[in-house]
Design a protein around this ligand. Structure first.
Ligand code: CP
Length: 329
């Protein structure tokens, strides 16, 4: 008995403690506030160069040998695959897990998940979460770069960045264009990042939809005057970009309004688009629910930039990865 009581505690060896990400020269893209107007233009120039190199199949693997973990705790096609493609194009090694593979499905906390992933010393973790502000929290404690692949109803910064890149591609500029979001604004993390981005650029965005989904004063109280609620049919002739949004049934939308009522009032279809300027383009972060927020005919029409927009995600995310991992653009 006495012998056991005097035995020293067998402490587990501690893993080497890396400095915090910033001290390692790494950066985060956890929210739009991590960017600046000047960075935006440099990212776009770099993305354009990547796109041209991709077209020529001559991408330079600037991040060769670095490790990316893509942790997707909600379903994703575009964000997950375009990040993984971008990482591999740049020569990175990649590990990707989905919600069903993650031990969070067995009750592990988000913070324990972060600590576990970091114990494998990745250079970057791309994370999508159901929980609001989880990537921002990870970034404040992380020893690797954290990129937000969409968190709850808060932000989807890389989506907003490549949306602006696509608008610039369409019009030759992106700052002076009227962007109109239509539908489920309240639950949209894409709009969350667009509002933050518009505030950063000193511009505005517009939105239209049922009263329940455009009651956004509280959500955007930090950005007074940056998002204006308008009447859809009256504003369409002034919009340069018409951007319907998916109804986010998984976040409780669709309980207070019937789809029939929604489609009659706000669906973006051929008849409604006749009110828009001939030069107006249609964008959508996707996935789309055809014939709900947008008609199948509009998705497939020449006005639709939706496929181009999604494809642009790869080149813009290549530039974001390079910047986050310490390359000065
Ligand atoms: N736009 C977007 O985030 O699509 P995924 O959900 O397919 O990633």
């Amino acid at each position: 008995m006495t012998e056991v009581a005097t035995m020293p505690v067998m402490s587990a060896p501690q893993p080497p403690v890396l400095p915090l990400a910033a001290e390692r020269g790494l950066r985060h893209c956890a929210q739009i506030a991590d960017c600046s107007p000047d960075l935006l233009e440099r990212l776009f120039l770099r993305a354009r160069a990547h796109q041209e190199a991709l077209d020529r199949r001559q991408v330079v693997p600037t991040l060769s040998g670095l490790l990316a973990i893509n942790c997707f705790l909600e379903p994703s096609t575009r964000t997950r695959v375009s990040f993984e493609a971008a990482e591999q194009r740049l020569g990175m090694r990649t590990i990707t897990i989905g919600a069903a593979d993650s031990s969070m499905a067995k009750g592990e906390s988000g913070e324990d998940t972060r600590r576990t992933l970091e114990s494998y010393a990745p250079d970057v973790i791309v994370v999508r979460s159901k929980e609001d502000r989880l990537p921002q929290g990870w970034a404040s404690r992380s020893r690797c770069s954290i990129i937000n692949g969409g968190d709850g109803t808060t932000e989807h910064p890389t989506q907003a960045l490549y949306d602006r890149y696509t608008i610039e591609e369409a019009f030759g500029d992106h700052r002076d264009r009227n962007i109109l979001f239509v539908g489920d604004i309240l639950h949209s993390r894409v709009v969350g990042s667009h509002v933050a981005l518009a505030a950063m650029l000193g511009t505005r965005v517009f939105c239209a939809g049922p009263a329940e989904w455009t009651d956004v004063a509280a959500k955007f109280r930090a950005y007074p005057g940056v998002i204006e609620v308008v009447e859809l049919d009256a504003f369409l002739p002034h919009a340069d970009v018409v951007n319907p949004l998916r109804v986010q049934f998984e976040r409780g939308a669709g309980e207070s309004i019937s789809l029939t009522e929604y489609c009659a009032g706000w669906q973006i279809n051929e008849a409604r688009l006749r009110r828009a300027k001939p030069s107006a383009i249609v964008m959508h972060p996707a996935p789309v629910n055809r014939d709900v927020e947008i008609s199948g005919g509009v998705v497939d029409s020449p006005r639709s930039w939706i496929q181009r927009q999604g494809g642009n995600g790869q080149a813009v995310r290549m530039a974001i990865l390079e910047w986050c991992l310490g390359i000065d653009l």
